[in-house]
Unconditional design. Sequence first.
Length: 324
Amino acid sequence: MDFFFVEYRDPLTGLIFLTILIFIVAVANYAWEFFSKKDKKQKLEQFIKKFEKDTIYKGLFVNERLSLSNLYFLAEIFTKSGEFEKAVQIYLIALEKTKKKDEQEFLFLALAQVYFKAGFLERTREVLFNVLKISPRNKQALKILKIVHFKLKNHKENLEILECLFELGEKVDEEKEFIKALQILECNMNDEEKKQKLVRLQLQENSMLKRLLFERYHLFFEQEFSNIIDLLYQETQPLNIHNQEYREFFYALGKIQDKVMNFHNSHCKMFSILCQNGFKASFEFSYSCTECKSTMPLFFYHCPVCYEFNTCKILYEVKNNENY
């Protein structure tokens, strides 16, 4: 055993053994890095070949004088004009041109967003996995992947992603309860059993979950009027009329009768005046994201632009349909 304790032997012999050991470690590390880079390069080439198509534009875009910023600019133009296939090809060419991890991460993320906008969810997921291999803490990639799983109804995987986002400091408690509700709704059980499980979820301060339960099963939990006004517009019977906002709204719609109504909501007041004077009035709704300010014609639980949860603000105005 004393053979291995070089300090008890000739100092020159110990120095030789130490030098040999350092050399072996250095060679092993170099070989590992070499084969690792080679493996990554092969995987990248396989990935590119998997999605790449021969187009008449390929020769133009491969031009060495086109920098990555030029290619990205062109891809953005094609994406905004809806020419997703051309945008994809440009991003794939850009990936061939770069070896830097940060540039690859950026390009993979941009490519995933193109596939997502084009509706190719499985391809989006595959590209996002490449982003997360390079940078596991990429919040934007995780948020897009969350929406992909949401659309594919992969609720278990979605909860795992939310756990990752929670570890990165994101507030996801309400969203987790919402996804759990979707899991229950997908279960093979009758409506009564589903309702019993749903009401056990953490409903406090969770406006999106309350809206979902009202929308699906007409379960009312004293929701904020502003969060479900579009659903209330479809109601045949008034509810929660002890609340001033609800009472004004249903009075304007003619669902309840009061001698006098002191309006606080100017839209309801205008609607009531038009109807009382024989005009054909209606409420028209639009939906705005409080995070990115995008406006949509339909309600959303997750913003389709910035992918944030519970950022939908319901906007409404009174329309005079007399001329229609």
